[in-house]
Design a protein around this ligand. Structure first.
Ligand SMILES: Cc1cc2nc3c(=O)[nH]c(=O)nc-3n(C[C@H](O)[C@H](O)[C@H](O)COP(=O)(O)OP(=O)(O)OC[C@H]3O[C@@H](n4cnc5c(N)ncnc54)[C@H](O)[C@@H]3O)c2cc1C
Length: 346
């Protein structure tokens, strides 16, 4: 049986940021993930300046695709609003693998099924023993399922369904576009360009409201594809896939003894925009801090709304219009034309 001090189930943003903080303090950590990295994760890959800060990330040195949007373009029916704020996009396939490797933690490919509580900690599938256990396995996290579901049930009213596709596409518009409530959708659609010829488009909505309103997510996606085909993405072809996760509700119990849940396992995505990466990272860091410092595990500073971050960024741009927050021009990794609009281009 392999033993470690902290075992982390899941190597996504929640798990890798917990592993990073713990490893920096010299803790004996092991990450188990059922997939081999780099692995596909359905996600638009929009990240905020807070994420960059939390991870101490030097965007100039990041070796993969990272695009900085100088503005968001928000559409409500016939109302079209450009919002001058700084946000970024990455490709999850690249970024998650980079974060996990950067953590310095050993990673094993293992699909976790059973968790047993014992006097000094936990035994996983009869193969791994640990004192602390961090559940960072996303929506279907086995730590949530085995230790938390009963005491912390998820509300079906907070479940999000999505359809998305990330394609190679030589886009011309480097802004991020969001369409809210189009054709009555209880949610929004997105166009998120990535650096050097990649693009993510998708749609997400509250599952229960879509069901009650008789919405068909594939019909909504077809409308989005038609809209894009006539404007932003002529000639693009999409074959979208779906995934589901939960918005932040009452997360009453996120720690039981020495077991923690973080990120999507705890259902922490923001209520307004379904932003889950930032909350996953912040909660992973908080779980690590609780273990290192013997502190309580609090999610008070894990935001439940994205609007605050966008507002802060908007004010920052208005107050300091010349400051560059993105990757400086010309340092895109790996060669090729870096044709994304960056803050310094404006
Ligand atoms: C279509 C879509 C678009 C999105 N767009 C955005 C966006 O633009 N910005 C944003 O902030 N958020 C977005 N989100 C939400 C965001 O993707 C998630 O909130 C975020 O990935 C949560 O991170 P996590 O580390 O908790 O879980 P995950 O990223 O899901 O990582 C969980 C890991 O656990 C592993 N795992 C699962 N089960 C097991 C098991 N039994 N044993 C071992 N390993 C296991 C998985 O393989 C995976 O690697 C989007 C979500 C979707 C579905």
């Amino acid at each position: 049986m392999r033993s470690c001090e902290v075992l982390i189930v899941g190597g996504g943003p929640a798990g890798s940021s917990a592993a990073w903080k713990l490893r920096k303090a010299g803790t004996d950590v092991l990450v188990l993930d059922r997939e081999r990295f780099p692995r596909l994760k359905l996600c638009a890959g929009w990240i905020t300046p807070e994420v960059v800060r939390d991870l101490d990330m030097d965007v100039g040195a990041y070796p993969h695709r990272l695009l900085t949007f100088p503005r968001l373009r928000v559409h409500f029916g016939r109302l079209h609003l450009p919002i001058a704020c700084v946000q970024h996009s990455i490709r999850r396939l690249e970024w998650d693998a980079w974060l996990l490797e950067r953590s310095g933690a050993p990673v094993l490919e293992h699909n976790v099924r059973h968790i047993e509580r014992e006097a000094e900690g936990y035994v996983i599938d009869g193969e791994f023993r640990c004192r602390y256990l961090i559940g960072a396995g996303g929506t279907r996290c086995p730590v949530y399922r085995e230790l938390f579901r009963e005491v912390n049930p998820r509300s079906s009213e907070l479940q999000i369904v999505t359809l998305e596709h990330e394609i190679r596409y030589d886009w011309q518009d480097g802004d991020c576009h969001l369409w809210f409530f189009d054709h009555g959708l209880p949610g929004y659609s997105w166009y998120v360009p990535k650096e050097r010829g990649w693009l993510n488009v998708g749609i997400g909505g509250i599952a229960a409201r879509m069901k009650r309103g008789g919405h068909d997510i594939r019909a909504h996606f077809a409308r989005l594809a038609a809209l894009l085909g006539g404007g932003l993405t002529p000639g693009a072809r999409y074959d979208p896939s779906g995934y589901s996760y939960y918005l932040r509700g009452r997360t009453d119990v996120v720690r039981r003894d020495n077991a923690f849940i973080t990120g999507d396992a705890a259902g922490l995505a923001t209520r307004d925009l379904g932003e889950g990466i930032g909350p996953a990272i912040r909660s992973g860091l908080r779980a690590a801090r609780a273990i290192l410092g013997g502190e309580s595990y609090e999610l008070d500073d894990v935001t439940g709304l994205s609007i605050g971050s966008i507002g802060r960024s908007l004010i920052g741009r208005l107050v300091h219009p010349g400051v560059s927050y993105g990757r400086p021009r010309g340092v895109a990794a790996g060669g090729g034309a870096a044709h994304g609009l960056r803050h310094s281009d404006q």
